[in-house]
Design a protein around this ligand. Structure first.
Ligand SMILES: *[C@@H]1O[C@H](CO)[C@@H](O)[C@H](O)[C@H]1NC(C)=O
Ligand SMILES: *[C@@H]1O[C@H](CO)[C@@H](O)[C@H](O)[C@H]1NC(C)=O
Ligand SMILES: *[C@@H]1O[C@H](CO)[C@@H](O)[C@H](O)[C@H]1NC(C)=O
Ligand SMILES: *[C@@H]1O[C@H](CO)[C@@H](O)[C@H](O)[C@H]1NC(C)=O
Length: 414
């Protein structure tokens, strides 16, 4: 009953809205939007393949027989300024729907000088990002993510001093990140991931308001530069970065840190493992050789997931991981660890550790008792080591390493 009432009510509202729209449209004839803004919108639409402008999409509603800022129901996806003096209306925001528009962003976009927001994400815009974008000095938000843009990031982007969000991710942009990007002091979010950017990452420490930095899945090389102190989220994964990761260890506000799939090497400092707010730390697929021990228990840490698989970590398994109170998922597989599995790991496996992956190392000896008689459900993998496992232990399966790899390390005590 109540449901019927509601749907009746909403269909009434719908018909009222529709009739207002229908009444309103024909009344608009004279243009109040600045002429050059109208021309720029026309140019924008003309650069889109009409076949890709499907029914009910925003661009389908653009009808230049009417004034863009005055025609209710038409020109979806634009927002206008309505100046109180008698000056013309201007286009303030373009926020297109992800309808699959196939086209180019032409130079005339630079004539819309009152734009504060330009978002055309999830379409098939291709070709270069026009240099005239540098004229859009009032932009606070530029999102071109998930398109097919090619070429370099326009140098003029550094003129957009009010930019807070710059998202050019998931395109085919190449060449370097402009070094002067560091002059964009208002930036809060910078996403350039999933492109073909190369060269070094410029020093970004001056971007003191930056909270999110995503440069993952590019071809960036060189070392990690100085980074802004207020960063909350940092992803540098899937690049060819090398050297130490010490610039990251001072970023005390980080909650997300992904350094996986690079060529980082050397020691994983305890400062990285003990960043206070990081819940998931992914340092897998690198060339780290050592993990610094944590000398005493750390209570206040948020770290739950540590993924360090596929590195060159050697020596004994780090006992001090048991000092990280909230840790529950640990992946140290595909490394060069040797020696026995610490008894301390057994104690954790019975309590807080829910997932422990140690396969493909050079571990020897017997398993701690909790591995054999554990009562809690855990995910574990110990395959491809040199362990002596009882035949009924499922997570030892996968066979031993070739005998020669275990020779000389085999533990003879029982
Ligand atoms: C944009 O502005 C330039 C310079 O004022 C002008 O030559 C050009 O015709 C304009 N383009 C559009 C599409 O309005
Ligand atoms: C860590 O990153 C790798 C990619 O480099 C990915 O395959 C893996 O799933 C990530 N681990 C976690 C725990 O998210
Ligand atoms: C551990 O995790 C819980 C929730 O999962 C959280 O409330 C707590 O703050 C975390 N920190 C410590 C010190 O264990
Ligand atoms: C595991 O449990 C079985 C019986 O349930 C017992 O015979 C065996 O001694 C236990 N092994 C260890 C290592 O605690």
């Amino acid at each position: 009953m109540a449901k019927q009432m509601r749907s009746l009510l909403s269909s009434c509202l719908l018909s009222v809205t529709v009739s207002i729209v229908l009444l309103h449209i024909p009344s608009r004839v004279h243009s109040v939007t600045l002429k050059s803004d109208v021309e720029a919108l026309q140019a924008l639409m003309q650069a889109v393949d009409p076949v890709s402008i499907v029914r009910y999409s925003y661009l389908h509603s653009w009808d230049f027989a009417f004034d863009p800022c005055e025609a209710a129901g038409l020109f979806q996806g634009i927002v206008c300024t309505f100046p109180t003096d008698n000056s013309a209306n201007r286009i303030m925001a373009i926020d297109l729907d992800p309808a699959g528009y196939d086209g180019f962003l032409t130079a005339s976009i630079g004539n819309l000088t009152e734009l504060t927001s330009l978002r055309i994400s999830k379409n098939n815009f291709r070709g270069p990002i026009p240099e005239t974008i540098a004229n859009l000095q009032k932009l606070t938000r530029l999102s071109l993510t998930q398109n097919l843009f090619t070429g370099r990031i326009p140098q003029g982007i550094i003129n957009l001093k009010h930019l807070q969000i710059l998202d050019l991710s998931q395109n085919h942009l190449s060449s370097k990140i402009p070094a002067d990007i560091t002059t964009l002091r208002s930036l809060v979010q910078l996403s350039l991931s999933n492109n073909a950017l190369s060269g070094r990452i410029p020093d970004l420490s001056a971007l003191w308001q930056l909270s999110t930095l995503d440069l993952s899945s590019n071809n960036l090389d060189g070392i990690v530069p100085n980074l802004p102190m207020n960063l909350r989220k940092l992803s540098l994964s899937h690049n060819v970065l090398s050297g130490h990761v010490s610039p990251v260890s001072v970023l005390q506000h980080l909650t997300v840190l992904d350094l996986s799939d690079n060529r980082f090497s050397g020691l994983i400092r305890q400062e990285i493992l003990t960043l206070p707010l990081v819940e998931r730390l992914n340092i897998s697929n690198n060339q780290f050789t050592e993990m610094e021990p944590l000398p005493y228990p750390r209570e206040g840490l948020q770290l739950r997931v540590l993924d360090a698989h596929a590195n060159r970590l050697h020596g004994h398994l780090p006992i001090s991981l048991v000092n990280i109170a909230n840790l529950s998922s640990i992946d140290l597989s595909h490394n060069h660890f040797s020696g026995r599995i610490p008894l301390e790991y057994g104690a954790k496996l019975g309590s807080s550790w829910k997932s422990l992956l140690l396969e493909d190392n050079f571990l020897i000896g017997n398993l701690p008792p909790q591995f054999i008689n554990g009562t809690v459900a855990v995910r574990a993998n110990l395959a491809h080591n040199c362990l002596r496992c009882p035949p009924n232990i499922r997570f030892c399966r996968g066979g031993q390493r070739a005998n020669s790899e275990c020779d000389g390390q085999q533990d003879h005590s029982t």
